[in-house]
Write a protein that binds this ligand. Structure first.
Ligand code: GLN
Length: 308
């Protein structure tokens, strides 16, 4: 029988997955991420009615990394005709690691989807063209959605990403060579790395992303961010591409739209009901939080929810 959501339920789930810590690997491509203690574990839920639940390190901020790719796509959808976006980035799962260059050459510089690095870089390029201050705009968006005016970029993470940007730069220049990049590559990389370097807690993420469970409408804003159809489309793409080459396994085990970041965070959505954020820094082979995925799997079973 399905269990009702409660802080106690979330505590129980964290206790169940805590023994998995030690089986994954903390992202170590930059020191600022490698230094994060592996035993951090948090979960937060925000319902469309505004109820919140949390357990563990749910109020501690971490680097949201690729979770930001959902926000950049959301902002792009509010600034561009849909056809303009999908002319430059696809909607298909990649089945490849998040930073792969493989398909990009074969597919003439058009990334498979907006949730791999190549696709997110194109989306950032589009934002760079339309927004006068894309970094400031994103801060305004997350501050408004989360209700936390003190959310900031982690300057050290952003700098460090930039110092280790060979691969992302290669992706962007390859796209530029195919004519699928409008702005200066370095400028766009800086914007992209700042978005990845947003520091937010599970509770802030759950509040921020509840619009995806609420027909595109955040309870924190007067106007919807995106319309119902665009909301369904983003959720669909999170199912097929939100977890990179682990998307199939995640759909099978968790059964919800989800988006991960290499900081160990994952957001997941139960359409029309709630958003969930988990954080545990150790990653599995696909770059998704190992214990975080397990926590979502157990939560889905305990509350009896699945989109399938
Ligand atoms: N900053 C990371 C990168 O671009 C983000 C990747 C991720 O979170 N999957 O490589």
């Amino acid at each position: 029988m399905a269990t009702k959501l409660s802080n106690q339920l979330l505590e129980d789930i964290l206790a169940q997955v805590r023994p998995l810590i030690g089986q994954g690997k903390v992202a170590d491509y930059i020191p600022a991420l490698a230094e994060v203690p592996a035993d951090k574990l948090g979960i937060a839920v925000c319902t469309v009615d505004g109820e919140t639940y949390q357990a563990g390190d749910a109020d501690e901020r971490f680097s949201i990394q690729s979770i930001s790719k959902v926000l950049s796509l959301t902002v792009a959808l509010s600034r561009y005709a849909e056809s303009d976006i999908w002319a430059r980035v696809g909607k298909e799962p990649s089945g490849q690691p998040f930073n792969s260059l493989l398909q990009l050459e074969l597919e003439q510089g058009k990334p498979r989807n907006p949730f791999i690095n190549a696709g997110a870089l194109v989306v950032c390029d589009m934002l760079q063209s339309r927004l006068s201050a894309p970094k400031q705009r994103m801060l305004e968006v997350v501050r408004a959605l989360s209700g936390e005016p003190d959310i900031v970029y982690d300057a050290r993470v952003a700098r460090s990403e930039f110092e280790h940007s060979d691969r992302n730069a290669a992706i962007a220049y390859l796209m530029k060579s195919f004519g699928n990049f409008e702005n200066d590559v370095i400028t766009v990389l800086q914007t992209y790395f700042h978005y990845c370097a947003l520091r937010m807690s599970c509770m802030e993420l759950a509040r921020t992303f509840v619009y995806l469970a609420n027909n595109g409408h955040s309870p924190a804003l007067d106007e919807p961010l995106i319309n119902e159809r665009q909301n369904r489309q983003i959720n669909a793409m999170m199912v097929t591409s939100g977890m990179y080459d682990g998307a199939g396994e995640f759909a099978y085990r968790v059964g919800m739209p989800g988006k991960s970041g290499v900081g160990g965070g994952i957001i997941a959505v139960v359409p029309h009901e709630m958003s969930i954020a988990v954080w545990c820094p150790e990653l599995d082979a696909s770059g998704n939080s190992l214990a975080g995925t397990a926590a979502l799997e157990i939560l889905a079973q305990r509350i009896g929810r699945s989109i399938f």
